[in-house]
Design a binder for this molecule. Structure first.
Ligand SMILES: [Zn+2]
Ligand SMILES: [Zn+2]
Length: 303
C-alpha cells in the first residue's frame, strides 16, 4: 500500500469519526485493523491461483469461485499475517491484549497453526477454534475473530487476482461471487439508481438488482420496511418482509468524497443494531426508537 493510499484510508476514518461521534469507540477500535489489513492485502500473493479452472457458466448459474477452486493455498503466509494483525487488534482493542498475546505466543511457537482454521468439516464448519480452546485454553471467540481478519487479507488478494484474470462475468445472486458470503452493506448510486453490494469477507463489490431481496430473492416491489436516522436519509436499512434479514444501505448523491465500504459498514453499526432489534419477535409495534441520542424512524417503502 502506498503512503498515499494509507493516508486516504486514514482521512476516510477521520471523517467517519467526525460525522458519527456516537460510534467513535467502535470506529477507533477497528481503525488500526482496517489499515493493517489493507497494507497486508496490497502485497501481491506469492501463491498463484489456478484461475483457468474458474468456469464462467458456473458463475452465471450462481456457483461462487470459492466452490469451484480453493482460495486458501498451502503456502499462504498465514502465520505472519496473523501475528501482524494481532498487533493491530491490541492497538485498537487494548482490553483484549492478554487474550491476544496468549494466542499470538502459541502461533509463534506453532502450537496454533492458522491453516488448521481453514480446514473445514464436510458441513463447512471449522473445528480448529474448539480444539484450541479445549487444549490450549485460548478464548475461542478471540481466536475466531483473529482468524476471520486473516481470512479477509488472503481473500482480498485472491479477489483482486481473480477479477484481473477472468475479466467481466455474469453474476445474478445476492451472495458474493468470490467467497459466497452475503453482503455487509449496499450502495445505491443516485445516477442510474444502480445498487452495488459489498462483501466484507473478501472486499468484493458486485451489482445486484434493486427489486429483489439479496437473501431470499423475494421481489421487494410490494414494499419493505426501512429505517433511517432522523435527518440522515442517505443512510438507511431495509428489512425484508419475508425472510426478516436486513441490509444497511448508503445512497451516493452526486459527487461525494471517497468512501470506503468497510469503514461505512462499521460507521453505520447503529442501523444494524436497530435492525436486529426490529427483527426480534417483540418489536412489531415499535415505530421509532432513541439509540444513543439518535432517533431512528421506521417507514414503509413506497415504490
Ligand atoms: Zn466475498
Ligand atoms: Zn428476504
Amino acid at each position: 500500500m502506498t503512503q498515499e493510499q494509507t493516508s486516504e484510508i486514514k482521512n476516510i476514518i477521520d471523517r467517519a469519526l467526525e460525522q458519527n461521534p456516537e460510534n467513535k469507540e467502535i470506529i477507533k477500535a477497528f481503525a488500526p485493523i482496517i489499515i493493517r489489513q489493507r497494507q497486508l492485502a496490497e502485497k501481491p500473493s506469492e501463491q498463484k491461483l489456478d484461475c483457468l479452472a474458474i468456469d464462467k457458466q458456473k458463475l452465471k448459474a450462481g456457483v461462487p469461485v470459492s466452490r469451484q477452486i480453493n482460495l486458501i493455498l498451502p503456502g499462504d503466509p498465514l502465520k505472519e499475517i496473523a501475528l501482524s494483525l494481532a498487533e493491530a487488534v491490541k492497538e485498537g482493542m487494548p482490553q483484549l491484549t492478554e487474550n491476544i498475546d496468549l494466542i499470538a505466543g502459541l502461533i509463534k511457537d506453532d502450537k496454533i497453526k492458522p491453516a488448521d482454521y481453514f480446514k473445514s468439516t464436510p458441513d463447512g464448519e471449522s473445528m480448529a477454534t474448539d480444539v484450541w480452546a479445549k487444549d490450549l485454553k485460548v478464548s475461542p471467540s478471540n481466536a475466531s475473530f483473529l482468524m476471520s481478519l486473516v481470512s479477509r487479507v488472503i481473500l482480498e488478494q485472491r479477489a483482486n487476482e481473480i477479477t484481473a484474470a477472468i475479466g467481466a462475468f455474469d453474476w445474478e445472486k445476492g451472495y458474493c461471487p468470490i467467497c459466497g458470503e452475503f453482503p455487509s452493506i449496499a450502495l445505491i448510486e443516485e445516477e442510474g439508481g444502480k445498487r452495488f453490494l459489498h462483501c466484507s469477507s473478501c472486499g468484493q463489490d458486485w451489482r445486484f438488482t434493486r427489486v429483489k431481496c439479496p437473501y431470499c430473492e423475494k421481489d421487494s416491489k410490494e414494499g419493505m420496511d426501512y429505517f433511517y436516522v432522523e435527518g440522515r436519509t442517505q443512510e438507511s436499512a431495509f428489512i425484508c418482509d419475508d425472510c426478516k434479514k436486513y441490509l444497511v444501505t448508503l445512497y451516493r448523491v452526486g459527487h461525494v468524497l471517497p468512501r470506503d465500504m468497510d469503514v461505512s459498514a462499521i460507521t453505520l453499526v447503529h442501523l444494524a443494531m436497530i435492525c436486529l432489534l426490529y427483527t426480534s419477535d417483540a418489536a412489531d409495534e415499535l415505530l421509532c426508537v432513541d439509540l444513543g441520542g439518535l432517533r431512528l424512524i421506521k417507514k414503509k417503502q413506497h415504490q
